[in-house]
Design a protein. Structure first.
Length: 225
């Protein structure tokens, strides 16, 4: 099967859903996959059956779907193109990190692996994209790292923002306005269970309070780690 844009979108969506699961063998429910792709479950099921016939996924009716080794490699290479394009748009073209996701969604299907390798070299072979998401290697390998979010990190401890998991432009602008972009040094001053909020101080002394839902999308590492 040729890796059409539709095939690549399905493989990437399954790959992302698998990565969000704690169980490495968990199946992705068809309803979840359909929602991620903006299609009805019947459409998703038809496509998944085609992918299964091509050996790219393992499909279990009424249970879900999971990538095979071949499907996982292809999906990782799509993700590699996407994240390197995002980094290129920010680092070389000077675009704002809030606007590159949609551009990369379109461009990831149009560039060759040869061009992506040249872009990777030009950028200095970055490990992460502008949002802190890890970039798969040219062989389709991805070093997965688990970071705590702001709801599960120690108080009054120097931290560095490592990753922002929500790519919506509105959320990224919200994060940027509060000095919570990847690379920013912060400390969590307090959590308020009653209001589900987190109070944060940046290294410049700026203080901000965000809700638990937003805080769960900001991942951090201990400073110096």
């Amino acid at each position: 099967m040729l890796a059409s844009q539709t095939v690549e979108n399905y493989l990437k969506a399954i790959y992302m859903a698998q990565g969000a699961e704690d169980d490495p063998q968990a199946l992705v429910p068809m309803g979840q996959l359909a929602a991620a792709l903006g299609v009805v479950p019947g459409t998703a099921t038809t496509m998944v059956k085609t992918l299964a016939e091509s050996g790219l996924v393992r499909y279990e009716p009424y249970a879900g779907v999971r990538l095979t080794a071949a499907g996982e490699k292809l999906a990782a290479l799509v993700l590699r193109r996407h994240r390197l394009i995002e980094q290129f748009l920010v680092q070389i073209l000077g675009m704002n990190w809030t606007e590159v996701h949609d551009e990369a969604e379109r461009l990831e299907h149009a560039v060759s692996e040869r061009l992506i390798d040249r872009i990777d070299e030009m950028l200095g072979r970055p490990a992460v994209d502008p949002h802190g998401d890890p970039i798969p290697g040219p062989e389709g390998t991805l070093k997965r790292q688990s970071y705590p979010d702001l709801m599960n990190s120690p108080l009054n401890t120097p931290l560095v923002v490592a990753r922002v998991t929500d790519q919506e432009a509105e959320f990224l602008r919200f994060i940027e306005q509060r000095n919570l972009k990847p690379g920013q040094r912060i400390e969590i001053e307090a959590r308020d269970p009653a209001s589900d909020s987190v109070s944060i101080r940046s290294e410049t002394g700026q203080r901000t309070t965000i809700g638990a839902r937003a805080a769960s999308k900001v991942l951090v590492v201990t400073s110096g780690q």
